[in-house]
Design a protein. Structure first.
Length: 435
C-alpha cells in the first residue's frame, strides 16, 4: 500500500467553523461542511460518529497484461460510504490523481446527494490510479474487467451500482455489466447506470446533469428576482455537464459570455454561440482555436464580471485565494467540490447565492435512478417522461433546500447538508444499531 492510500486521517472533532485542516483535501472539506450541519441539527453523538465513517473501503491490486506483453499492476479503490437508505450509488473514475481520501470524500458526497433529491440510494465511489489516455482500448478493457472482478463482492443491483465518472464512459459501463453478468451467469442490466441505450441505458441520461443545472439556475434566478432573458453566464469546463448546461440555458434566453476547457477560455460580452462551440469541440476535441471572443486563462474566467458562474470542470477552483474577486451573483456548482470550505465564508460575506454541488449536479444521479428503475421493471420510458420527472425532482429539492435555508438562516450549502444528513440520520434511528 502506498502512503497516499492510508485511511483518511481527519480526526473526529466536534464542529469548529473556523477549523479547516487543509483547504485542498476534499475529505476534510466535505467533513467541515458535515460538521457544521451536524452541529445545527444537534445530531446525537452516536449517529454523528457513524456518519463520519465510511462503511467499507476496498483497495485492490489489478494486474493487467499490457499490449507489449509486460504485466503492470494498478491500484483500484471502491468506497461504500453509507447504504442505510438503499444500494450504494456512485461513479468510477480512471485518473492518476485518484486517492483513498478523494474517493472517500466523493462517496460521502454521493450519500448526501442521493438524500438531498430523496432517491433511495446510499453513496459510493470508485477509482483506479491510471492514465487512461496512455492506454489502448484493449488495455482499458482488461483493466476494467479485472477491477470489476476484484470488487464483485460489493457489486449488484441491490448492493452497489456504479456509473461513469472522470475518464470512464458508456463503453466502460458495458464492460462492467458484461463482466458481472458472466460471473452471476445471467444478464443483469441494473448493476450499472450510464450504459448505452441499446443495452438498458436511459434516454436523457447523457444530458441529465447539465439539464439539472439549468433547472436549478432558473429557480435561483426566479428566487432573486432576476430575469432569465439576457442574464449573463460563464461556464468553466465544456464537457458533458458544462456544454449541456450552457446549451440549455442559452435556449432559455441566457447570454453565454464565457466558456473554457483544460486548454483555456474565451470571453465575449456580446455572447458566444454554444452550438458552434460544441461543434468545434466535436471536431477538434478541445476549445483550442475557437475564434469567438478574447482568450483568457481559467483563473481570469472565474473572476470575470457576470451574473451566473457555472464551474463544471474540477474540484477546488474557487478557493480562499480568488473567492473575494468573484463577481457573479449566483454560482451553480456543476462540478463536484469546486468551492473549498474556506471559500464558502468569503462568498457568504459577498452575498453570492451558491447552489451547492450536492443539489446542483444531482440531475445525473437522479436519471441514473430512473435507469435503474427502468432496468428492474424491464419497461423503458420516453425521453419526455425522463425529463419531466427530473424537472419535478430538481424543483422540489431546490424548494426544500431553500425553505430550510430561510428557516435556519443558513446558506444553501449548509441547508442542503442539513436536509440530507437529517434524512440519512432518520433512517439510522429507525433501523437502530445491529449488534
Ligand atoms: P468531462 O470530462 O465531460 O468534462 C470536463 C471538462 O472540464 C472538459 O471540458 C475539460 O477540458 C475541462 N477541464 C479539465 N481540466 C480543466 C482545467 N484545469 N481547467 C478548466 N477546465 C478543465 O466531465 P463531466 O462529466 O462534464 O464532469 C465535470 C464535473 O462535473 C466533474 O467534477 C464531475 O465529477 C462532475 N459531475 C459530473 C456528472 C455527470 O453526469 N457527468 C454528474 C455529477 C457531477
Amino acid at each position: 500500500m502506498t502512503p497516499d492510500l492510508l485511511l483518511p486521517t481527519a480526526p473526529i472533532v466536534r464542529p469548529d467553523k473556523d477549523r479547516f485542516l487543509n483547504e485542498e483535501n476534499p475529505f476534510e472539506g466535505m467533513m467541515s461542511r458535515f460538521d457544521r450541519a451536524a452541529e445545527l441539527l444537534d445530531l446525537e453523538p452516536g449517529i454523528y460518529k457513524v456518519l463520519r465513517h465510511p462503511e467499507k473501503q476496498i483497495i485492490t491490486s489489478i494486474p493487467v497484461m499490457l499490449d507489449n506483453g509486460e504485466v503492470e499492476v494498478f491500484t483500484g479503490i471502491r468506497v461504500l460510504y453509507n447504504t442505510s437508505r438503499g444500494p450504494a450509488k456512485g461513479g468510477i473514475r480512471f485518473d492518476m490523481n485518484v486517492s483513498l481520501d478523494e474517493v472517500t470524500a466523493l462517496a460521502a458526497w454521493m450519500t448526501w446527494k442521493c438524500a438531498v433529491v430523496n432517491i433511495p440510494f446510499g453513496g459510493a465511489k470508485g477509482g483506479v490510479i491510471c492514465d487512461p489516455l496512455k492506454m489502448s482500448v484493449g488495455e482499458l478493457e482488461r483493466l476494467t474487467r479485472r477491477y470489476t472482478a476484484s470488487i464483485i463482492q460489493t457489486l449488484g443491483p441491490d448492493s452497489d451500482v456504479p456509473a461513469p465518472d472522470v475518464n470512464t464512459n458508456e463503453r466502460v459501463m458495458a464492460w462492467i455489466m458484461d463482466t458481472y453478468s458472466m460471473h452471476v451467469r445471467h444478464t443483469v442490466t441494473a448493476v450499472v447506470t450510464g450504459k448505452p441505450v441499446e443495452m438498458g441505458g436511459s434516454l436523457g441520461r447523457r444530458e441529465a446533469t447539465g439539464r439539472g443545472c439549468m433547472i436549478v439556475t432558473k429557480q435561483a434566478l426566479a428566487h432573486l428576482g432576476m430575469p432569465l432573458k439576457g442574464t449573463t453566464l460563464i461556464v468553466q469546463g465544456f464537457g458533458n455537464v458544462g456544454s449541456v448546461a450552457a446549451q440549455l440555458l442559452q435556449r432559455e434566453g441566457c447570454k453565454i459570455i464565457g466558456i473554457s476547457d483544460r486548454t483555456g477560455g474565451y470571453v465575449n460580452p456580446k455572447g458566444i454561440d454554444v452550438d458552434e462551440a460544441i461543434a468545434h469541440v466535436k471536431q477538434h476535441k478541445t476549445l483550442e482555436g475557437f475564434a469567438q471572443g478574447d482568450r483568457v486563462t481559467n483563473e481570469q474566467l472565474l473572476t470575470t464580471d457576470v451574473d451566473v458562474l457555472l464551474p463544471a470542470a474540477l474540484e477546488n477552483v474557487i478557493t480562499s485565494k480568488n473567492a473575494a474577486q468573484i463577481k457573479a451573483k449566483i454560482i451553480c456548482e456543476g462540478a463536484n467540490g469546486p468551492t473549498t470550505a474556506a471559500a464558502d465564508a468569503i462568498l457568504d460575506e459577498k452575498g453570492i447565492f451558491v447552489i451547492p454541488d450536492i443539489l446542483a449536479n444531482a440531475g445525473g444521479v437522479t436519471v441514473s435512478y430512473f435507469e435503474w428503475v427502468q432496468d428492474r421493471g424491464g419497461y423503458f420510458w420516453t425521453e419526455q417522461r425522463v425529463n419531466d420527472s427530473l424537472t419535478q425532482i430538481m424543483e422540489q429539492s431546490f424548494d426544500a433546500v431553500l425553505n430550510l435555508s430561510k428557516q435556519h438562516k443558513v446558506n444553501m450549502r449548509t441547508a442542503a447538508y442539513m436536509l440530507s444528513i437529517s434524512r440519512v440520520a432518520t433512517v439510522h434511528r429507525l433501523r437502530g444499531i445491529y449488534a
